[in-house]
Design a protein around this ligand. Structure first.
Ligand code: SF4
Ligand code: SF4
Length: 240
């Protein structure tokens, strides 16, 4: 019997291959929400800045009274295809976003999943190839994404909790939060071109790492948000 909620030990039958008549059809007219780590991987795979990536490949949508936007992968205007799909498959396969890795599954809660694709459209679901969900998740390289997304989703939850206390978030605050999380190259520029380094006590080795590692910079951005928005002692002001 088909279970709606799947755990890591459950099994699915699935194989996505170029021979499937549906090959790449799932890369068209689809809503793919990007996380900050998706953007780090994709912009680095493309060799462009986060600013250029956001401009060229995303739609940034704010809902009323929300501190953070939803960042969607923008489909081509003409044919509604993903800009990265080719007849041979995904051009950035090794750095494809989390949602694409998980398809035809989606996460429900921590370590629980469900199939979201329709067997009549996603013909890979008719394959005989069997996977346990845990095998599938390993094969798709999801663990690294889950690790990076964990802190992000915690911050998203914390920000959601304070939204009702704010009558309407200022566009400046929204821009700042969006920059810290999604536009890391701009955040890096912000750190070195403003009084930031005069205000915060950050040792030189750390500054050097922030200038070269997107992962360290992302973790630092989270710490700065915790400090600035929630008063957590994650950063130290100079002279205090
Ligand atoms: S629809 Fe399913 S089987 Fe077909 S290409 Fe997409 S993921 Fe693969
Ligand atoms: S990023 Fe790759 S896998 Fe995801 S929709 Fe685009 S082409 Fe398909």
């Amino acid at each position: 019997m088909k279970k709606d909620i799947l755990t890591l030990s459950d099994k699915i039958r699935f194989e996505c291959a170029p021979g499937n008549p549906c090959f790449t059809k799932c890369c068209q007219d689809v809503n793919i929400i990007l996380t900050p780590y998706d953007i780090i991987r994709m912009k680095n795979a493309l060799g462009i800045s986060s600013e250029k990536f956001l401009d060229q490949y995303t739609l940034i949508i704010y809902k009323e009274k929300k501190l953070l936007p939803m960042v969607l992968l923008k489909m081509n205007e003409k044919d509604k295809k993903c800009p990265f799909v080719s007849k041979h498959g995904c051009r950035i396969y090794n750095d494809r976003p989390w949602a694409c890795r998980m398809f035809p599954l989606e996460a429900v809660e921590e370590k629980t999943y469900r199939i979201i694709a329709d067997e009549d459209l996603c013909l890979g679901l008719r394959s005989d190839k069997e996977w346990s969900i845990s095998q599938w998740v390993i094969e798709q390289g999801v663990a690294e994404y889950d690790h990076m997304n964990r802190d992000f989703f915690k911050i998203v939850d914390s920000l959601k909790r304070i939204e009702p206390e704010m009558s309407s978030p200022s566009p400046r605050l929204q821009d700042m939060l969006c920059m810290c999380l999604y536009n890391l190259d701009k955040f890096r520029e912000f750190i070195v071109t403003t009084t930031f380094l005069h205000k915060f006590d950050i040792d030189l080795h750390k500054v050097n790492r922030l200038m070269t590692s997107d992962i360290e910079l992302f973790e630092f951005a989270i710490d700065w948000i915790k400090f600035g928005m929630f008063g957590e002692p994650t950063l130290k002001l100079k002279g205090k």
